[in-house]
Design a protein around this ligand. Structure first.
Ligand SMILES: Cc1ncc(COP(=O)(O)O)c(C=O)c1O
Length: 367
């Protein structure tokens, strides 16, 4: 039978089914006790005193924008290389996305680029912790404090990663997470928002999550959304966060094997993680040198023929048609990554033999 290795695959290692059935049997399938249980366990793991579950990672960012009371014309600095949720929402809310460039090796937003993009209208800086990395937040937070600008850490791809021993998502004013099917823990669709901001802000997050209802049913005091996570989904999240150490161990082993097999090989560069970062790598990102590999999209096709599904990196967001009016010429690194980055399969449960086959196939395509 022909081998097929998906780029990502959901993998359940614990008693998810037991808790899912329990939630199902309880007949509480919208809200229910697992929602609070998941939020509590998440707080415990991440070491935060506040976590609010939502129906996906995009809603987590949306909720933060609403609670920050961002209004038309407010500027948000967003890296041009990274998943586009933060930028998309800015467009949707008539905010102005201002794109900053990223570092070629870490794929993290570049401090100097942020400095150039700050204006009097800047209300928020979004940092995206891409592929499990954690950006160098200390200088960014220092700058933001000086300028009185909030920072949101989009940690959808970096749950469990650490920066100076602190959890990704807990460093900035607001942290957001996604539990979509390919993420390190999954609830199918789902997300979480955490914050270090004050009580009023936490209250606003809760308010906008639930149609703007303060307390009394059907008494809506602001226009809000329904961003709630279901009890069924929360039961899966609860189980996985409780067993997160097993998941981490598995992912670390897979990443270490990739690293070992790719060490000393030329023609590409692996994503770089700074000394102070202890990553839980989300996907095996590799920047190809075109001299050795030619066009990235051809490599993707050739690997697929060998039964290996891979992914291209993100398109440089500012170059997408929908962001035409926010295009900027000084985003060269984002452009380079957008053309030359490939993501090899790395997921909970991938077998060592599969990784060996992927690496052998990948190296065989080098000129
Ligand atoms: C960095 C990043 N931010 C936000 C999101 C949005 O999350 P979701 O798909 O759960 O809405 C994702 C994932 O898809 C992501 O990778």
């Amino acid at each position: 039978m022909k081998k097929f290795i998906p780029w990502s695959q959901a993998h359940f290692i614990s008693n998810e089914k037991f808790h899912l059935n329990k939630a199902f049997d309880s007949t509480w399938i919208s809200g229910g006790e697992y929602v609070q249980k998941f939020e509590r366990e998440f707080c415990k793991y991440i070491k935060s005193d506040f976590a609010l579950s939502v129906n996906n990672g995009t809603s987590a960012i949306h909720l933060a924008y609403l609670a920050l009371k961002l209004k038309e014309g407010d500027e948000i600095i967003i890296p041009s290389f990274g998943y586009l949720a933060a930028a998309n929402l800015a467009l949707l809310m008539n905010l102005k996305p201002v794109f900053a460039d990223v570092d070629l090796e870490t794929f993290c937003v570049d401090l100097n680029s942020i400095k150039k993009k700050i204006t009097k209208k800047t209300k928020l800086i979004v940092v995206i912790n891409t592929y499990g990395n954690v950006c160098d937040l200390k200088p960014i937070l220092k700058l933001a404090k000086l300028k009185k600008i909030n920072v949101l850490e989009d940690s959808a791809e970096s749950l469990g990663s650490k920066y100076y021993n602190k959890n990704s998502g807990t460093l900035a004013d607001i942290g957001t997470f996604s539990f979509q099917a390919t993420k390190t823990i999954t609830t199918g669709e789902g997300g979480m928002v955490i914050t270090k901001k004050n009580k009023k802000f936490k209250y606003l997050l809760k308010l906008f999550r639930n149609h703007g209802i303060k307390k009394t049913r059907y008494m809506h005091i602001v226009p809000g959304h329904n961003f709630r996570l279901t009890n069924l989904q929360a039961s899966m999240g609860y189980t996985q966060i409780k067993n997160f150490n097993k998941i981490i161990k598995d992912r670390r082993n897979s990443y270490d094997l990739y690293k070992k097999l790719l060490k000393d090989e030329k023609g590409f560069k692996l994503q770089k993680f700074d000394r102070n970062v202890k990553p839980i790598v989300w996907t095996m990102a590799i920047v190809l040198d075109p001299k050795f590999y030619g066009k990235r999209d051809i490599i993707i096709k050739k690997l697929l023929k060998k039964g290996i599904e891979t992914r291209n990196g993100f398109f440089s967001t500012n170059r997408l048609k929908i962001f035409k009016q926010f295009h900027s010429k000084d985003l060269k690194n984002s452009d380079h990554l957008s053309k030359n980055l490939i993501c090899l399969p790395l997921f909970n449960g991938i077998k060592n033999s599969e990784i060996k086959y992927i690496v052998k196939s990948f190296l065989s395509l080098r000129k």
